[in-house]
Design a protein around this ligand. Structure first.
Ligand code: F0G
Length: 409
């Protein structure tokens, strides 16, 4: 893979730098998370624009702004390039002219995780790791299983027992991962994964891996390319806290290299039963208090102790946005609204962003005349049980035209 960039890892807190050839998830000096830094001042926006425009939209369109890899070709199955859907029907109802959904559920395994996994697994292959591992509320495990299979790397996934949506579980199993149901929640599973990396040498592909967000940040680049400019506000669900920070990194980098004039305010949305970041924002605190027993219908974001909490706080504060919590009932009605009025079937966690937007429009945090993008992170087919539970049941009829006529309104 030809790549201009000479990247390094840097601690998000003490700012110490490390080689990106080392396997590191946290700063050996202070223990905080790491991020990939690129020599942004060395890029010429005209040259970048020309290179990007010569390729199809998707994660690897932006390879000059991704870390360098040894291999010629990435481990890829056309991730990214997802639709930026203009919500004309809902927009008209709300009096919002410029409302868009970035439907990242249209990725190969049905969630935004594929953006990070194509980069993360390409790195794993470079490092010649013996096995990859993740903890997951579902989507990460489905994506990792698929990409590990594609690369021919052994894959283990840890999921909270009984709490992941059926579609996601079926994907991890079908793609050939070794699936472990952990007694406990996502936070317990992630603790186990981090220990396994230390003691068994497994390569962790949760969002604490600094290469994952590199792929995920390309969704921000895509939005700028699809809209022709950055939006005013971006609304996004927050679980483990990696994706919103990745978007902020993407928008900031595009601005820094001269490919965008502005970056949006980022609004993080959590479910009320799993909202440590929103709580910190409500109290104007700089640290989160973990939630012991997180609970929400949006199982993808059922996380009480987000590993990326500091990245999230920095991203949302840095963008002058906010983080709020919403009840499950609003998540479900937002999910139904998107499905019914816009043709977009998204999973509950993915509907959290649109539910949050409705609140933010009411509170005035976001104004009707702004350019708004809500991120829909996962496809509705991931969680058929939840969809069936909240929908009108099919009506049983005899196979006759009379019985059908009786049903017509
Ligand atoms: N939306 C969906 C559909 C998700 O699957 C996740 C996270 C998020 C939003 C939140 O993103 O963690 O970066 O803040 N899912 C992870 C998983 C935790 O294991 O699949 P985040």
């Amino acid at each position: 893979m030809q790549n201009m960039s000479d990247s390094a890892l840097r601690c998000i807190s003490c700012k110490k730098s490390y080689s990106d050839k080392d396997v590191l998830y946290a700063c050996p000096s202070c223990g905080n998370l790491l991020e990939v830094v690129l020599p942004l001042s060395e890029f010429d926006p005209g040259v970048l624009r020309k290179s990007f425009d010569s390729r199809d939209i998707g994660v690897w369109r932006y390879k000059e702004l991704l870390p360098a890899f040894a291999a010629k070709e990435p481990v890829s199955m056309h991730e990214g390039g997802t639709p930026l859907h203009r919500c004309n029907n809902i927009g008209r109802e709300l009096g919002v002219k410029n409302l868009y959904i970035k439907f990242d559920g249209m990725n190969p395994t049905g969630s935004f995780k594929d953006r990070g996994m194509t980069v993360g697994i390409t790195k794993a292959r470079d490092l010649k790791v013996k096995a990859v591992v993740c903890a997951s509320t579902g989507n990460t495990s489905a994506s990792l299983a698929a990409y590990a299979g594609l690369a021919g790397i052994q894959c283990m996934v840890m999921i909270p027992s009984g709490k992941i949506a059926l579609g996601k579980l079926s994907q991890a199993m079908m793609h050939g991962a070794k699936v472990f149901e952990v007694d406990g929640n996502f936070d317990d599973a992630l603790n186990l994964v981090m220990k396994s990396s230390l003691e068994l040498g497994l390569y962790v592909l949760n969002s604490v891996n600094p290469f994952r967000p590199e792929g995920q940040k390309t969704a921000a680049y895509e939005i700028v390319d699809q809209l022709g400019e950055a939006p005013d506000a971006l609304v996004i669900p927050v679980g483990n806290g990696g994706n919103n920070a990745a978007y902020w990194k993407g928008f900031s980098e595009f601005k820094a290299v001269g490919l965008s004039d502005s970056a949006p305010r980022i609004y993080g949305i959590q479910a009320e039963g799993a909202a440590p970041v929103a709580d910190a924002f409500r109290k104007n605190a700089n640290i989160i208090v973990p939630v012991k027993n997180p609970e929400t219908v949006a199982t993808a974001i059922r996380i009480g102790n987000p590993a990326n909490w500091l990245k999230t706080i920095n991203a949302i504060r840095g963008s002058e946005g906010d983080c709020i919590a919403i009840p499950d009932s609003e998540i479900i009605s937002a999910q139904k609204k998107l499905a019914k009025s816009e043709g977009l079937f998204v999973e509950p966690a993915a509907a959290a962003s649109f539910a949050g937007l409705l609140r933010l429009l009411k509170s005035g945090g976001i104004k009707n005349d702004e350019k708004i993008v809500c991120v829909a992170t996962g496809h509705g087919l991931k969680d058929p049980d939840s969809a069936i539970k909240v929908s009108e049941k099919p009506v049983r009829i005899e196979a006759s035209i009379e019985s059908l006529r009786a049903q017509l309104e």
